[in-house]
Ligand binder design. Structure first.
Ligand code: PLP
Length: 455
């Protein structure tokens, strides 16, 4: 019980509701990815569009989309109403039944997928979507091992953390998932000493092919890859890379799974990031943007070849809340609204005309910015101590005062920015307006002066 809610003598100091929330949180909520004692979470009282308000009534422009999921912005009235209507009609129903919200959500998701990918298996989020995609691939091929990239993230469950390829795996890796990692292309910090995108692409494909040959191609069920890696650095692959991966998968009978949990549903200025690369994987996983996280939802879009494996054979897998009606109603309203309001087109135009050019202008001005990359509303600034050596402004897997002070400067001026180690990820909602982008860039400009002082 919070001290302020106990009975007793009257003259107790007045404690704000925000303070009560904060204290109760600190007493009882165990937060993810955090040392609990040093954590100072913001109290968020309300949100709308691209903005949030804290417990003191201060407003912030949200360049994080939270964990990169509020693609449609906060509190979109049409999505809120759809959830309310669904709740009044049918809050929940087991996955075995047919239900209008679930059926319509699956139809709309399949509609934005490449041709021939018509079936949708629903999950509660991204990690379980990847788990099920891999399970489908294993059952389809009768093989076990899974290829995935370094500099990737596929979720925090026991299997998906093993498939992930950054420091978050190290501490949780019990080596049990048959995961084999490869280097995907990333010219700015090339593992292949490449000088051009084309070289990087060719060398990365040669490396993948040789890795598979030496590991034993017959062992691999699946290759799991983020179409555009997100939390590991927002690294759009060079033209031809994903088509090359598709060819390699076909050559060795490996199921190609594209993880679009972060990149999907408008984030890159296309419905799905695969649309930029003209490639059709066997399976696509999604979550976050499908309904902007208003109610947890994820899933696997299944191509015909894999789907038909289970025509007469039981798919041994499922989740109690698979295709939850509230989540599906939110997805239907989100996708329809994104269509009606041209939100995907907005994300593309913002990236092309305002955010991309604005971030490049900041890079020209600030020595701490070593690289700018991205598209749509999906951008990263690589912050460095020295542009020549590319020494990161924080160590891999950690943070530094330089990064902490830069983020604090942005926050003090009303801008929330997400960092991963030495990088700032600039990932506002897809609905953001040019004026809001300019407002955020002006605050970022001042914050980068702080980063510059550490170069
Ligand atoms: N895959 C990718 C590419 C992600 O970015 C994430 C989360 O950020 C996940 C999977 C895991 O999703 P969830 O946290 O919903 O399990």
């Amino acid at each position: 019980m919070h001290p302020s809610t106990r009975g007793g003598p009257v003259a107790a100091p007045v404690i704000s509701t925000a303070q009560v929330t904060y204290d109760t949180d600190r007493a009882h909520v165990f937060h993810s990815w955090s040392a609990q004692k040093s954590l100072r979470p913001m109290v968020i009282e309300r949100s709308e569009g691209c903005r949030l308000w804290d417990g003191d009534g201060r407003s912030y422009l949200d360049f994080t989309s939270q964990l990169v999921f509020t693609n449609i912005g906060h509190q979109h009235p049409r999505v809120v109403a759809a959830i309310q209507e669904q709740a009044a009609k049918l809050c929940t129903i087991a996955p075995a039944h047919a239900n209008d919200a679930r059926a319509e959500a699956a139809r709309l998701v399949a509609e934005v997928a490449p041709d021939g990918m018509d079936k949708v298996f629903f999950t509660n989020g991204g990690a379980d979507a990847n788990e099920h995609a891999v399970r489908m691939a294993r059952l389809h091929t009768g093989r076990y091992k899974v290829l995935s990239a370094f500099r990737s993230y596929h979720g925090a469950t026991a299997e998906t953390i093993n498939f992930s390829g950054d420091h978050r795996r190290w501490i949780n890796d019990y080596g049990s998932a048959g995961a084999v990692h490869f280097h995907a292309p990333f010219l700015y910090r090339s593992e292949f000493h490449s000088e051009t995108e084309q070289q990087e692409c060719e060398r990365a494909l040669e490396h993948l092919d040789s890795l598979i040959r030496f590991e034993g191609p017959q062992a691999f069920a699946a290759l799991l890859i983020e179409t555009i890696p997100g939390t590991s650095g927002i690294m759009p692959p060079p033209p031809g890379y994903l088509a090359g991966v598709r060819e390699i998968c076909d050559r060795y009978g490996i199921v190609m799974i594209c993880d679009e949990v972060m990149a999907g549903f408008g984030r890159t200025g296309a419905w799905l990031a695969v649309d930029h690369y003209d490639v059709t994987p066997d399976l696509i996983t999604f979550a976050k943007g499908v309904n902007s996280g208003y109610v947890p939802l994820g899933g696997v879009i299944i191509g015909e070849r894999i789907a038909s494996t289970f025509d007469d054979r039981v798919y041994q897998g499922g989740l109690t809340y698979s295709g939850h009606p509230l989540a599906c109603a939110a997805a239907v309203a989100t996708i329809e609204t994104m269509r009606d309001e041209g939100i995907v087109e907005n994300a593309a135009a913002i990236g092309r005309d305002v955010l991309g050019p604005g971030l490049r202008a900041l890079a020209d001005k600030h020595p701490s910015v070593g690289d700018v990359r991205g598209l749509g509303v999906f951008w990263a600034l690589d912050l460095v101590r020295d542009r020549e050596t590319k020494e990161p402004l924080a160590p891999y897997g950690g943070t530094s005062p330089a990064i902490g002070e830069t983020l604090a400067a942005a926050k003090d001026n009303g801008l929330l920015v997400f960092n991963q180690y030495h990088r700032l990820h600039i990932v506002p909602p897809c609905i953001i307006t040019p004026d809001e982008v300019r407002e955020g860039l002006a605050i970022l400009d001042a914050a980068l002066d702080v980063a510059d002082s550490h170069t």
